[in-house]
Design a protein around this ligand. Structure first.
Ligand SMILES: Cc1cc2nc3c(=O)[nH]c(=O)nc-3n(C[C@H](O)[C@H](O)[C@H](O)COP(=O)(O)O)c2cc1C
Length: 212
């Protein structure tokens, strides 16, 4: 297994979640590629709503924050609700806050329609602005007929039917997302070229390259 450590968090609380299947598919692909990865499912974690107070001391919050802290990169599998990521995903970020600092983050979205395509941008922006996360510019956006849930009662018609859990186009997109995640994580792990660039005093010592 590689030295990079990826965390996949499935954020839907629906027992018949489609985004959970996208998460599982990404897990299978990363494992095939020999990338260390852990999959966590929020359905398995009883979590309080963030109250900016005692909720932070809940043992499951500490557990999730530790997983996020230890990860180089995080893939969030999220349902789109009301033109946004679902509340459980946002609550997770509110509860675990600084654990997200400078993580590489990618998204696997399950949605009901094409019209919500840009809905993940609010969450992407907040992770970027609050915690300086590096957001993978490619994300996966799967509609209900792109994912075969084994317990779904609404079957696809024969024209849109496909084998397996995810549509071949979505399989391609997830592979591309994993590919970008690996490339970017390796680059991001390189030593900082200017280790002291964070302070104004030291910054003055940085000289532009000389031209002759
Ligand atoms: C409360 C609620 C709000 C939703 N809002 C949207 C929406 O704004 N845009 C959209 O495309 N789909 C919307 N959907 C459909 C879900 O995104 C879709 O069912 C998706 O499969 C949910 O992911 P999951 O199966 O992983 O839970 C909504 C569904 C629910 C239950």
């Amino acid at each position: 297994m590689s030295s990079m450590n990826t965390l996949i968090i499935s954020c839907s609380l629906n027992p018949k979640s489609r985004s959970a299947l996208l998460a599982q598919h990404a897990h299978d692909i990363l494992t095939q590629l020999n990338i260390d990865n852990t999959i966590l499912d929020l359905r398995d974690f009883d979590l309080p709503l963030c109250d900016a107070s005692s909720a932070y001391t809940h043992p499951n919050v500490a557990k999730l924050a530790e997983h996020i802290n230890n990860a180089d990169a995080v893939l969030l599998a999220v349902p789109i609700y009301n033109y946004d990521a679902n509340a459980a995903a946002k609550n997770l970020i509110e509860l675990t806050g600084r654990a997200w600092t400078e993580k590489i983050v990618g998204f696997l979205c399950a949605a009901g329609g094409h019209g919500s395509y840009m809905s993940i941008m609010a969450m992407a922006n907040s992770l970027m602005l609050d915690f300086r996360c590096l957001i993978l510019p490619r994300f996966v956006y799967a509609l209900e007929n792109h994912v075969n849930h084994p317990e779904a009662t609404d079957q696809h018609d024969s024209e849109t039917a496909f084998e397996g859990f995810v549509h071949p186009n979505i399989d391609d997109r997830i592979r591309e997302l994993c590919n970008d995640l690996i490339r970017l994580t390796h680059g991001w792990a390189q030593p900082h070229p200017y280790p002291t660039a964070g302070t104004a005093a030291k910054r003055q010592n940085l000289q532009p390259p000389t031209t002759s």
